[in-house]
Design a protein around this ligand. Sequence first.
Ligand code: GDP
Length: 442
Amino acid sequence: MFSSLSDSLDKTFRNLRGVGKISEKNITDALREIRLALLEADVEFTVAKTFIAHVKEKAMGADVLKSIKPGEQIVKIFHDELAELLGGDQVPLNLDSPGRILLCGLNGAGKTTTAGKLANRLKREGRKPLLIACDLYRPAAIDQLATVAGQVGVPVYTPDASESDVVKVAKEALAWADSQDGDVVIFDTAGRQEIDERLVEELKQLHAFLKPQETLLVADAATGQGAVSVARHFDEAVGIDGIILTKLDGDARGGAALSMRAVTGKPIKYAGEGEKLDQLFEFHPDRMADRILGMGDVVGMVEQVATRIDEKDAMKSMERLASGKFDFYDFLDQMKMIGKLGDMKGLLSLMPGFSKMKKQLPDAAFDPKRLKRTEAIVLSMTPDERRRPEIIKGSRRQRIANGSGSTLVEVNRLLKQFGEMRKMMRSPKKMKKMMGGLGALG
Ligand code: GDP
């Protein structure tokens, strides 16, 4: 997402920074390029136009042109306007206890997955969510929600497949919810290929009956301006409180995220960035602006890491490394931790400067299969070899290769890599730098 927009912005701003003295013409030219880049990213025409006009007005301010680093100032103005366009402050859910959330959207937008992700998130935040299937048209959707609920460990209500009255189902579901130990009820509703009257009518009835505090539209970012028009329609029909934009991990051009708030006036509350059930994140406009400008999102990265690995495990491993020990047991621990981090490329793309580097890295570097192979090699070593890798010579290498179903070349490569890591781990200067970095993150 946003990668081609980020590239264009990077190029334009680099040119601007390189100019000794900035004139109005420099700014006008740069903004023209940016406007085209926004349109190419599928940002709505009037949104792009108004946005550029705002940036221009501020950038032309006398103070900016006279400042020591006008280029930097303009980037800052652009960043702040972008954050404003994306919604300004993050808007949290506004829930009572007990609370009700109604999810709506078109088929395939990611509604059911998002219901599971949201339940998972709320549970992690200490709430007790319950899931309710209200899609009476597709029995498969009911099963899918039940599966997702099982995966995140949340109770789920599934109606009888023959039921056709959605309000009746909602009534029964609420009675069921009363019998459960829950404090927020999430309703997954029926979708359609496109908005039609019957869907809208049903949703209106359900909405009027449930009076949810949060009616959230789940919209697929990959559909660009289509997502924006869907949001407008749903808002007119039932009045939505916010949007959950899914598939931000894909290679869509980002226009939906950028136009959504300006066109609908509704905040994007969450962003889905992957198929896994822990890949739903609060949408923070300022951090998103950082990301679009290639400045990374370190806070987001730390949050993601914290949800996936146990802090105690990480600290234990770091302490051992700091004491100068590093053998294949530590290596294995680290591999496991990396494995738990899952989507490494997604995670690393939140690092400042990484978005540019990412393209040069081979996908294989993040391939979970490769991690598994490495693990197999380590597991084929004897305990003594794992503790004292320096003894792994000649025939031992071949034996390890045979035992792990790999080749001598792979074993040699791993030992070399290990040797380099160990050298780094044993360098106090490098370790201190690494620990310092981690401290800053924590
Ligand atoms: P529904 O028809 O709206 O209920 O959509 P589903 O929840 O069945 O999702 C449709 C497809 O989109 C599934 O394959 C999901 O795994 C996938 N999906 C949902 N959210 C995301 C996301 O944030 N990123 C990616 N890459 N895929 C997603």
